[in-house]
Design a protein around this ligand. Structure first.
Ligand SMILES: Cc1cc2nc3c(=O)[nH]c(=O)nc-3n(C[C@H](O)[C@H](O)[C@H](O)COP(=O)(O)O)c2cc1C
Length: 214
C-alpha cells in the first residue's frame, strides 16, 4: 500500500509509529522552577551526536492543565534535564510515570521511585536506573502543530554534560547492552526489549571478500 500523509491511510490505526522502530525511550527527569520533580517517558527521543554528545526529544501536545507538558516547561524554566535509561526491570514504573499528573505532583513519589542527586544539574536521577545522562539545554525548536487538533510539537535539544553507568553493566571497559535490557517503543501499545545483540565491522573501501554483504 501507499498513502500520502495528507490523505486518509484507510487502516484501523495510524501505522506511522509502527514504522520507525524500535524507538529508544528517554525517561526524562526535570525539576520545576518551584522545585517539584517530574519524570516522564519520551519515545520521540534519540542521541543526535556523539562528539559532543547531544540528545533530543519531542514533546507533542499540551499538559492536561493547559500550557506545555511539565517536562518541556521545566526545561524552559531551568535549562536542565536528566535522561534515565528505561529498562525491562523498570517497565511498569516507566509506564506509570506517563500519567497526566497535576503539575504540583512529584512523579518520583507518585511512582514510588527513589531519587539520587545529579552531579552537575538540579534534576534528580532515578536511583534504580543503571544509566543517567545529565543534560543542559541547547535549543528548543518549535515544530509544525498537529494539523487536526492544533496541538503543539516541540523539539528539545540538550548537551550531555555528565554520564553515569552502573559498574555492574561494564565488562572489560565496554557497556554490556544485553545486561541493561533496555526497552524501546514500537507502534500501538507494543514495546521491544533488547536482549540479543550482534556485531559487524564497518567496511573499508575497496570491499574485500569477507566484508562483502551477503
Ligand atoms: C513509552 C512512552 C513514550 C512516550 N513518548 C512521548 C513522546 O515522545 N512525546 C510526548 O509528548 N509524549 C510521550 N509520551 C507521553 C508522555 O510521557 C506523557 O504525556 C507525560 O505525562 C508527559 O508528562 P509531563 O507533563 O509530566 O511532562 C509517552 C508515553 C509513554 C508511555
Amino acid at each position: 500500500m501507499f498513502y500520502e500523509t495528507s490523505q486518509p491511510h484507510g487502516l484501523k490505526r495510524d501505522p506511522f509509529k509502527a514504522l520507525v522502530v524500535p524507538r529508544p525511550i528517554g525517561w526524562i527527569s526535570t525539576v520545576s522552577a518551584t522545585g517539584v520533580a517530574n519524570l516522564s517517558p519520551f519515545s520521540f527521543f534519540n542521541a543526535i551526536s556523539a562528539s559532543p554528545p547531544m540528545v533530543a526529544f519531542a514533546a507533542n501536545g499540551r499538559h492536561a492543565e493547559g500550557g506545555p507538558k511539565d517536562t518541556l516547561q521545566n526545561v524552559m524554566d531551568t535549562g536542565e534535564f536528566v535522561v534515565n535509561l528505561a529498562t525491562w526491570d523498570l517497565r511498569e514504573a516507566v509506564n506509570r510515570s506517563s500519567v497526566a499528573a497535576p503539575r504540583a505532583v512529584d512523579e518520583f513519589d507518585l511512582v514510588g521511585l527513589e531519587k539520587l542527586p545529579s552531579h552537575l544539574v538540579r534534576p534528580p536521577r532515578v536511583a534504580a536506573s543503571p544509566v543517567h545522562l545529565e543534560c543542559r539545554l541547547l535549543q528548543i525548536v518549535p515544530l509544525p502543530a498537529d494539523p487536526v487538533t492544533g496541538e503543539p510539537n516541540t523539539l528539545t535539544i540538550g548537551s550531555v554534560v555528565g554520564v553515569h553507568i552502573a559498574d555492574a553493566v561494564l565488562r572489560d571497559g565496554r557497556v554490556d547492552t544485553a545486561a541493561l535490557a533496555p526497552i524501546a517503543r514500537l507502534g500501538y501499545m507494543d514495546y521491544a526489549v533488547v536482549r540479543d545483540t550482534f556485531a559487524m565491522q564497518r567496511p573499508t573501501w575497496p570491499f574485500i571478500a569477507e566484508e562483502t554483504p551477503k
